[in-house]
Design a protein around this ligand. Structure first.
Ligand SMILES: Cc1cc2nc3c(=O)[nH]c(=O)nc-3n(C[C@H](O)[C@H](O)[C@H](O)COP(=O)(O)O)c2cc1C
Length: 221
């Protein structure tokens, strides 16, 4: 797969085939992604690969926490507190495109909630990855983490897999830490569902748009 096709063809996959991913394939993806750059080559990424019975337990705990209406308590704020333009409109469009693909009416709150809950079921993916960074690390390391996660997503495509990055599963880091038996010394940045895509599911058959280059670029010559 050429690089442009890998980047442009990537999409957030929200329905997966019931087909296991061999451990060797996951190892190969991480083995490629570890060549991502990082400031001073600190390589701050720490990954939990969650599958099988542990994934089911974690999914159950997250769904239960969400259904209980527990207030999200992420290790860091991912989104702004306020939503000025153009971010408000982009966020709105992003949600609308998803609900349209799933044929969910705008005011059908129950089905919207069900759709959101799929996050905590990892959209049926056989593998869920969780990305952590030591709490001592500053925001520079988070930049490194972003590059690492993109490398994972692209390397996954090279193996015939698709993925969906998920801040939603980082809403309840204590639940994740508790089920995985992890200490509090690392921040949970996000999760990533990973697996073979279900090409026939409507949720995988729409694509998000992007602004043109001139809208975000200033040239100084
Ligand atoms: C760090 C990060 C967190 C995200 N969290 C979620 C999430 O919790 N649930 C979800 O369905 N999509 C999530 N997304 C996917 C975005 O909605 C998606 O990347 C964006 O709409 C662009 O669409 P595309 O990935 O299909 O190109 C996340 C994306 C990123 C990069």
């Amino acid at each position: 797969m050429n690089l442009e096709e890998a980047i442009v063809g990537r999409y957030s996959c929200r329905a997966y085939l019931d087909r296991p991913v061999p451990r060797g394939v996951i190892e190969k993806i991480l083995d490629t992604a570890r060549w991502s750059p990082s400031g001073a080559n600190l390589q701050p990424w720490q990954v939990a690969v969650v599958q099988g019975e542990t994934k089911e337990r974690l999914s159950g705990a997250l769904v239960e926490t969400f259904e209980r209406g527990e207030k999200p308590a992420p290790d860091y704020p991912y989104y702004p507190k306020e939503w000025p333009e153009p971010y408000r409109s982009r966020r709105f469009q992003c949600g609308m495109a998803l609900y349209q693909a799933l044929e969910i009416e705008r005011d059908d709150k129950a089905r919207r909630l069900e759709a959101w809950k799929e996050n905590y079921r990892f959209f049926g993916a056989p593998v869920a990855l969780f990305f952590f960074v030591d709490r001592v690390m500053e925001q520079g390391a988070w930049l490194d983490m972003g590059m690492f996660v993109q490398s994972v997503m692209l390397a996954a495509r090279d193996q015939g897999l698709e993925s969906c990055p998920q801040a939603s599963v980082a809403d309840y880091p204590e639940v994740v830490r508790q089920v995985l038996g992890m200490d509090d010394d690392k921040r949970l940045l996000c999760g990533l569902s990973l697996g073979y895509p279900d090409p026939d599911h409507p949720v995988n058959n729409y694509r998000t748009d992007r602004e043109p280059v001139e809208s975000f670029t200033k040239w100084f010559e």
